[in-house]
Write a protein that binds this ligand. Sequence first.
Ligand SMILES: Cc1cc2nc3c(=O)[nH]c(=O)nc-3n(C[C@H](O)[C@H](O)[C@H](O)COP(=O)(O)OP(=O)(O)OC[C@H]3O[C@@H](n4cnc5c(N)ncnc54)[C@H](O)[C@@H]3O)c2cc1C
Length: 487
Amino acid sequence: MIGAGFGGLAAAYELSRGGLADVTVLEKADDVGGVWRENTYPGAACDVPSNLYSYSFARKTDWGRRYAEQPDILGYIHDTADRFGLRDLVRTGVEVTSAEYDESAATWRVAAASGETFEADVLVPAVGQLSRPAFPNIPGLDTFAGPSFHSAQWRHDVDLAGMRVAVLGTGASAIQFVPRIRETAKRVTVFQRSAPYVIPKPDRAYTDAHRAAFRKVPGFAAAMRGLIWEISEFFGLALTKLAPLARLMGVVASANLKRHIKDPMLRAKLTPDYPIGCKRVLFSNDWYPALACDNVDVETEAITEVAPTGVRTADGRLHEVDVIIYGTGFKATEFLAPMTITGRDGRDLHAEWAEGARAHLGMAVPGFPNMFLIYGPNTNLGSSSIILMMEQQARYIRQITEELASGGVARAFEVRAAVEQAYDAEVQSRLDAGVWTTCDSWYRTASGRVTTNWPGLVHEYQRRTRTVALADYEQVLPERAAKKVGA
Ligand SMILES: Cc1cc2nc3c(=O)[nH]c(=O)nc-3n(C[C@H](O)[C@H](O)[C@H](O)COP(=O)(O)OP(=O)(O)OC[C@H]3O[C@@H](n4cnc5c(N)ncnc54)[C@H](O)[C@@H]3O)c2cc1C
């Protein structure tokens, strides 16, 4: 596996279970945790309830609140890795630079930045969709004289108290940290390119009684998880199938805006100008109250440059600030970058994906035998827990690995090109008919293809990946063996 976030660890658990495979997880950082190791900004938290945003095989009954904050989520990942012996499988400080399929032996040769190499029968890249910070393409970014940093690389050594702070972006991260930093900053100027839809977050601290119920009442924790799952699917239905439900969400978002923002000018600025659901719908109880504060400004003029003393907008004004924080998200559509992945016959994965990343069920790519992705193309969700998808992918990969292990002959499974093409055509036509193609967002490539999101419900994905259809795959023998068979 490449990557020790929620995805790589889910796969490591599943494939090492029962001694099925000799698993090694290569992780470039010095710890497990993925995005929850990196995103330490104030207020970082999940926006899917923790009962569901956690592994099915590692239930936790003592979450502090319904939507856990980053330290608790990272703690949970650490505990799970310890509890299931997964840490022993992880090699930290190993950044994979390339992986090449060796046809003569039907194995993957993996190279790390250190010069070390590894050999694997099955390669499982699990490097996430949101692990590489994106900075805006604005002139002068490097000229700013004060501290500037991305929300996923938070500078805890920069004390924001009494500072004038520019925040670029109004996505899922900014809406979590702006309410926190404005408490001590002198002034926060939020530069907004487009207004998000924000609906109230039904968050609450769990009481001892809650925790006791989770622990002691048989079936309670499982029932809550199931209930949250179905509620998330309901949101998923609104985003993927039932426009009237989405409109209902729009009414809730609009009422939330009206309730907190009384100034008509500000309210107009904060009113989204695209259909609800096209960009990620955000959950927050303190975003609008923070923006209504005297020390917070919302600037909607386009930014033309970053200057040594601040941020200049299209109207010529220079907004002087002491610190710039980029809440500008991630390079979500650049799957598996910057690694070089070379498949059968010297195929380069990034060349194959020139029009956008694609994979059968988000996992298998023609020409790349025995490589299966976790959280690959078109497996992100607009509403529910990504962990459900990852666990399902891990189970699918386990089935293929079992099949490989049982054969007694070195070989590989390669998804048939026709199967992948039919799958991709279906997914893209469903996406074309949906809300995600109605505006620009991080879900789409520059050419407009939605490469991140799954167009259906989690239940559908589960159904379609429950049992591997071996007929979807060609069995590739190593060249040596093939010659032998031919002879
Ligand atoms: C702030 C934030 C909040 C989120 N909240 C939610 C939520 O509430 N619900 C939800 O469902 N999803 C949420 N997500 C989405 C999140 O990305 C997934 O839920 C999940 O954590 C991704 O796990 P992963 O293992 O696929 O990727 P990551 O967590 O990104 O882990 C990938 C790992 O791969 C490593 N890696 C990358 N490249 C290499 C390389 N070349 N060599 C070796 N190692 C490498 C990275 O260092 C990293 O540790 C959130 C994301 C962010 C950023």
